[in-house]
Structures are given as C-alpha cells and as structure tokens.
Design a protein around this ligand. Structure first.
Ligand code: ADP
Ligand code: ZN
Length: 603
C-alpha cells in the first residue's frame, strides 16, 4: 500500500494542528506505521490519545492530497464530539449517522464524494450498507479507521453485528486500516485482525499501569455499612469545604441506588448531584455542568456517566456497587487522577454485587474475573487489572494499592456477620468426610456459597449436593467456622502449594493427601454428567478456537446437569447458556443428556 507521508509530516501536524510537542509512546509507533502505509492494530488505555493515532495520519494524507479518512465509530455522541473538536481546529470533519437530517446527510455525502472532507465519521450500520460502499469506491479515500474495534468480537461485551461486515470495506479499497481499542485480550485482538482482514498489522500497545492511582477494595455485605464508609471516604476529598479542590465520582449499579445515595448525601450536607440515563437530557446536562464547574464536587452516577468526559482533578472514584467486568471497572476508576496527581479508586464488593450483575445479564466470565480481582487480596490490585487487560504478565506490583500497602486497609466497617450454626458446622464436616481428601479452603468456601469457578470443577466440588448450601454466609464467616472446627480438633489445616487446605482430622493421612479420585455419586442417586459435558465443551471449543468457558460456562454445565433438558426449548431455559452456544452444539448437548439417560436405564 502507498505511503501516506513521512514521519516528519506527522510531527508537523501534531505540533501545528494539535499543539502537542511530541507523541506519546504508543502513539508514535501507531502513527509511524500508518503514514508508512501499513495496517495498525492499536491497544491503548483510555485517555492515552487513541484518536490522534488516526487523526494525525489522516491529516498527513490530506496535506499530500491523498483524500479523506473514513472513521467507523459506534457512538453517535463520541462522533459528534470529535467532529466538533476537529472543526474548532479548522479541520473539515463530518459525521453520517441516524441523528442527521436527510438534508445534512446529502450535504455530507456530496462533500465526501467531491473530496472536500478531511475526515468522515460513519456509524457501523451505515458503513455496512451497500449504498455507502458504492460511495466509498466513488470517493477519494486515504485510509480507514475502526474505533472501538473490540465491538467486532462475538465473545466480547460490546458485540455489534454490523462490525462483522467491516472487513468487506477493505476488499473494496486498498488503503491502510487502523483499528483501535482500549479493551481486548490477545484472543480478541487476533479476532479483530482476522475479521477486519488486516494485513500483517503493526501491533501497538502500551502499559495500562497508572502510577498515581491507589486501588483499594473493601468487602461489604451490608448496604448501610457501604453508605457509612462512603461518607468517610468522601471526607478525604473535603467536598463540604468550599476552599478545597478536587472532585469525587461515586458509581452505583442501578438508577434507584443513584437516587437514594444522592438524596442521602445531600441530606448530610455534601454538594452532590446525581446522573443516570433514566433522567431527561436537561437534568443530565445540568448535573454534568454542576460537576464540571465544581458547583457540586461529588457526582453519583451509573455507568451512563463518563463517556467522553475528561476532568483532570477527580481525586476519588468510589464504586459503591461493582460494575460487571474488569474492563468496565478500569475504565470508570481510571477517570481518577487524569492530571497525574495521586488519587484513589475504591471498590466496595460483596456477594450482593455478583447477584446484581448476574441479574443485569453481563458476561459471567467477565464478572468472575472482577470477582477474582475483588476477593484475592494477595496480588497487587493494579498488577491484576493490568495483566488482565493487557493479556500478558509483566506489570510490576504498584506499591500503592491496599495489597502492596496493607496500611491502606483501615479497620473494616462494623459488620453484623452471623456465625455458623451447629447445623452449618455439621454440614461442613459432612462435606469433608464425603470428599475424603484435603480441599483448598478458598475453593470449599466458594462452593458452599454457590460460586462456580474453574478450579472447583477440577476439584470436583461442582458436583457436591451441598453446592451453595451455606449461601447466606460470607467467606469470612465460613473461614471462622472452619477455624473453630480446627481448634476443636475435628478438622486439620495444612499449607499446600496453592494455599491452605483442610481435611477431616481423622482421615487416613497416607495416600489420602492429594489423591485424585472421583467423588462418590451425589445422594440424590443421579450420577453427574458434568465431566462428559465438560469434555464435549472442550472438544467443541478447540474446534471453534474459543475458550471453553466462553462456550459453556460452569454455570451452564451445572444447569444442564441438573435440568437434564430433552428439547432445545428446555435447553434454552438453562441459565448461563448462550444462544450462540445452542447454535454451535445444542443438538450435541441434548444427545449427550439422552445417551446418559439410556445408559442409566440399561444399567
Ligand atoms: P482516548 O481516545 O485514548 O481515550 P483521547 O484521544 O481522547 O484518548 O485523548 C485523551 C487526551 O490526551 C486528550 O485530551 C488529548 O488532547 C490528549 N493527548 C493526546 N495525545 C497527546 C500528546 N501527544 N501530547 C499531549 N496530549 C495528548
Ligand atoms: Zn499494588
């Protein structure tokens, strides 16, 4: 593909048009490759300046008379935002999307076809249309940019079907393609490259680590405790003190909660406004302005707030309720400290958060990853998040989170935790007797509270009839109960390579340890077919080159095992089972269930 221009051109555009003295690290590589006429896959954290990765090459091409850059973007508000900002710099940019009048669309199309535009933003729907493709061929186009490119991933959290057709654009015109995203695992990146039909793209990434942010997680079960703790947390920013500066954002999962918390904080004298998508546009604008002008220095919001908002001095982001994925969390928490000054990102987390997010129907895999982030308190928080988001190890511990600096963990808020009853403790002993081998305490606690994580399937804990039997307790209560039983001499605790394990005190030590044996069948009399389902899932996942858990989450395996569906309709009712999975292997799953039923009848 032809070069768009030189790196010197690019530096000139950066200085003269955007007023920045130099490129940021990832930007430089992306721009360099694009002006050299190469495809580029950009993975940069939000706020690092992804837009310039295509805007600068676009203007370089323009200066060399190479035509218009076409930018596909999924959000109308962001498109209009960028068009406005570029216009203010004297750049001729326009957008084609469903909020434009027919007259506006005709004017934009004419301008595009006559080569009068520097950049043209289009929605994915429009970009995928045949009419647009014809325009594309008829117009001078210098390059294609695909923003939020992870929307192409069918396994991702933002899947947009129209993105699947963007690869076809590439077939029509031979120009460099720049794809950009702030959130993609290595597998998603590969999927983007393949589906967009990119040609040996330059891959550009930069570390997601933010040196000035302290990540902190607090465990809470009780709503009242959360709001009380929030008050203390906010007071560090001194929002009630008119002379102080700095803002705080409080994220909640639901609109009702935003209203309730706003109300409550206001009653306590905090200068606070609320923001969520259920309010009308005027009310939202008013809230945003009050926050931006510091009239209200605390903003309580759902995830509807923040897209395209870039305030430098947010000193604190509290998630009073958890979002549905590490991606969402890092995006929202990352709105703190944009000015580079020390800021805090605090997540309140408890079983309630998982229930709410499950109810909101996000990806169960992403939710589990967030849960791991929140519950594992032995690995640096920032390291956990960055390695997850970058898809590779290599982030050093941050030295500023509550794991790196345990002093950041203040005394936990008062809890009304109920201790395990006698019956609960008897149940614990019964489970360990049934298992007859050492079990990781963490896994045991999770299984008894109804969690389904990968490690549990390996330990056979998912087939326990007692799965979820102690749901009403939290992890700490269960561990305390186990401690009591250890003190009483009924259980024994050991350190194993992957953490502490417990076993019955009377268990035969020799050989019992780490013996990998199948469980006796559950008391219900039915033998679990979870292992068969798991095997089928793995085989299929290999065939489709996807992660097994993305195809068939543990929850769905357990669900099928329990429900034993006989028809596709019944299969569809199994929680956690996606339509795409039913398409891919629904018949196979039914056959498996049936085969088992037959063999049991014979046996
Ligand atoms: P992203 O799309 O990655 O979230 P943006 O493109 O919106 O980020 O850029 C975030 C901010 O960084 C903007 O205010 C932009 O002006 C600024 N910025 C981008 N590149 C540079 C640069 N090379 N030097 C200084 N500031 C930059
Ligand atoms: Zn850390």
């Amino acid at each position: 593909m032809p070069r768009l221009g030189s790196q010197a051109d690019a530096s000139a555009v950066l200085r003269e048009v955007f007023g920045h003295p130099r490129f940021r690290p990832g930007q430089r590589d992306a721009v360099k490759a694009a002006v050299a006429g190469r495809d580029v896959m950009v993975l940069l954290p939000t706020g690092r300046g992804k837009s310039l990765c295509f805007q600068v090459p676009a203007l370089v091409a323009r200066r060399r008379g190479r035509g218009t850059a076409v930018v596909v973007s999924p959000l109308i508000a962001l498109m209009d935002d960028q068009v406005g900002q570029l216009g203010a710099k004297g750049i001729r940019a326009a957008a084609l999307h469903s909020h434009r009048t027919p007259e506006q669309r005709i004017a934009t199309t004419d301008a595009f076809e006559s080569g009068a535009l520097d950049l043209l933003y289009v929605s994915p729907e429009r970009a995928a249309s045949e009419a647009f493709r014809q325009q594309l061929e008829a117009s001078p186009v210098s390059m294609l940019a695909i923003d939020e490119a992870h929307c192409i991933s069918q396994w991702g959290h933002d899947f947009r079907p129209d993105y699947l057709r963007l690869g076809e654009l590439r077939e029509r015109i031979d120009v460099p393609m720049v794809a950009l995203t702030a959130t993609a695992t290595p597998r998603t990146l590969a999927e983007i490259v393949q589906r967009l039909r990119m040609r040996e793209p330059e891959q550009v990434t930069a570390s997601f680590a933010r040196k000035n942010l302290s990540f902190i997680v607090r465990a809470f079960e009780d709503d009242h405790d959360r709001v009380q703790a929030l008050g203390h947390e906010l007071d560090r920013v001194k929002p009630r003190d008119v002379a102080s500066t700095g803002r705080a954002i409080v994220y909640c999962a639901t609109r009702e909660r935003v209203e309730a918390v706003t109300h409550r904080l206001r009653a306590e004298g905090y200068p606070v406004v609320g923001y969520h998508a259920g309010r009308d546009a005027t009310s939202r604008d008013r809230a945003q302005r009050a926050f931006e002008t510091s009239k209200a220095r605390v903003l309580v919001a759902t995830s509807a707030f923040g897209m395209g908002v870039d305030l430098p001095d947010v000193r604190l982001v509290v998630h009073l309720q958890a979002p549905g994925s590490p991606e969402a969390y890092y995006q929202e928490a990352g709105r703190a400290g944009r000015d580079g000054k020390a800021s805090r990102c605090v997540l309140y987390f408890g079983d309630e958060d998982v229930r709410i997010q499950q109810h909101l129907c996000g990806s169960s895999e992403a939710l589990r990853a967030l849960e791991d982030y929140a519950r594992i308190d032995t690995i640096c928080r920032q390291q956990t998040l960055c390695e997850y988001l970058e898809g590779q190890p290599g982030t050093p511990p941050c030295g500023r989170c509550d794991v790196c600096r345990p002093s950041l963990r203040r005394a936990p808020a008062p809890r009304r935790r109920k201790p395990l009853t006698k019956a609960d403790r008897a149940l614990l002993v019964r489970v360990l007797r049934r298992l007859d081998r050492p079990v990781a305490i963490e896994a045991l606690s999770r299984a008894l509270r109804g969690w389904e994580v990968k490690r549990l399937s390996k330990a056979d804990l998912l087939t326990l009839p007692e799965l979820g039997a102690l749901q009403r307790h939290d992890d700490a209560a269960l561990r305390a109960g186990i401690d009591d039983l250890v003190t009483e001499g009924r259980l024994r605790r050991r350190m194993a390579p992957r953490g502490p394990v417990v076993m019955l005190a009377s268990a035969d030590e020799e050989g019992a340890e780490y013996r990998d044996r199948a469980l006796p069948p559950p008391t219900s009399g039915a033998t679990s077919i979870a292992p068969e389902l798991d095997r089928a899932c793995r085989a299929k996942a290999r065939e489709l080159a996807v992660r097994p858990s993305a195809l068939l989450p543990r929850r769905a395996i357990v669900g099928i095992d329990r429900a034993r569906p006989q028809t596709l309709a019944e299969l569809r009712r199994v929680p956690g089972l996606r339509e795409s999975t039913i398409e891919a292997m629904g018949e196979e799953l039914l056959a498996l269930v049936e085969r088992y039923a037959v063999s049991r009848a014979r046996g």
